[in-house]
Design a protein around this ligand. Sequence first.
Ligand code: FRU
Length: 497
Amino acid sequence: MKKTVEHSLLFARVYEQVAGGDIPRESRPVFHLTPLTGWMNDPNGFSYYHGQYHLFYQYNPYDTEWDAMHWGHAVSHDLLHWTYLPAALAPDAPYDSFGCFSGSAMELPNGKQLLMYTGVRQEGGDKGYEYQTQCLAVGDGKDYTKYEKNPVLDTGDIPEGLSPYDFRDPKMWRKPEGGFRCVVGARRKDKRGVLLLFDSETGFDWKYAGILAENDGRFGLMWECPDFFPLDGKDLIFVSPQDMLPEGFEYHNGNGTVCLIGKFDGKQFIEEHNQAIDYGIDFYAPQTIQTPDGRRVMIGWMQNWDTCKTTGYEERPWIGQMSIPRELFLKNGRLYQQPIRELAQYRGRKIEYKDVLLDGKKELKGIEGRVVEMDITLRPADAGNPFRKFTMRFAQNEKYHSDLSFWPYESWLQIDRKFSGSRRAYIHQRRCLVADRQGEIHLHVVMDRFSVEVFINDGEQVMTATILTDSDARGISFETDGKVLMDITKYTLFDEE
Ligand code: FRU
């Protein structure tokens, strides 16, 4: 990690206006949030405050690389159209001069908005250590003032045996019985992640309240960006572990996401099920909120530390996108996800085909485009005799394409963006093991200019990938090995053809 220069919020706000204003709209996705300018990672402070959704993000306005973390800020009425607000936090205080890392937001009883974030300071010069502490800022939805008693949780507030260098990403909520609680990621000296709980009466005076869950060696090392919430009668922990080892098809190696489903009795979390949150290439550090109409909605960083230098990023004035916000629910003990229902409002032209026989290569009139939603159902043309392979090629022209392929005998679904225009040898393919339904599968595909999110079998699994392919590669075509019957409905989105 680099840099310890003097940062100023005012300077960042002026800079981002100028640099962000120069970025043509067509170079950005249509409905996935990108940084106003420069670099974006985790979603922060996802909240509903004074009649609109607020989303902050880990932000370096000055470059398309991670450095000097600020909090960028955007607001929305429908979670799909975002308006940028000025950057909310800059690393301009002694306790956060190394960065304002991830955190969350909450409305205070007096109507102000409270931000809680990890303030990182470096001690001992360039080769010294980064101490991670929890800090507060209070504001009106646009301007925030850092709390004069920051940090409110310092390295002395964590239990014995935990590292002071990895203590980050507070996620707060209001307790039903009154007062506030937050969960923070920490690490034992043997490198394993621990999730710590802290309580507060007022939101300002925080006290250690115990361990929510521990990494028993199954899921990577340090646990970043925790979230904890009730859903459909269970309690869910979301966490993004670093340095994971793969377990079959369930967790890929590197930086991953884990959902633990179980029950918390106030002292102990009893796990009943675990699964990856996203099975694709680009997803990390998700955060959830409860919407005013009671839905649990998640948004994630649609990128990943293992894959963030994938494709042609060098030429781009921005790097990093947020996923589409997703509604969460439980079914048969598993986490399910659906793109937020607001998306349906922005459907345009509909093209539908039923019972199309695919046997080799095929193109279908009107099935093309980069900003589209598609509902695809596949089944073997000979019942009981599945085809060997189905591929949908998209973002395609003579030079580029990406593929979504399905092998019924193996129950594999694969995303492959090797030919998407990347000049880098980072990860381009990922396979996911899907439910074996004798060659039947339902795919709900949401494409924006530079991404694809595939909701499999009504949201039982999701695969996400970014593709930075030139926008004029708009083709979609099909190829099968064996006979497949396909139903497909395609909508243009947001009046994009
Ligand atoms: C996760 C993360 C967080 C940290 C932030 C720094 O992607 O490493 O743990 O707060 O990014 O930008």
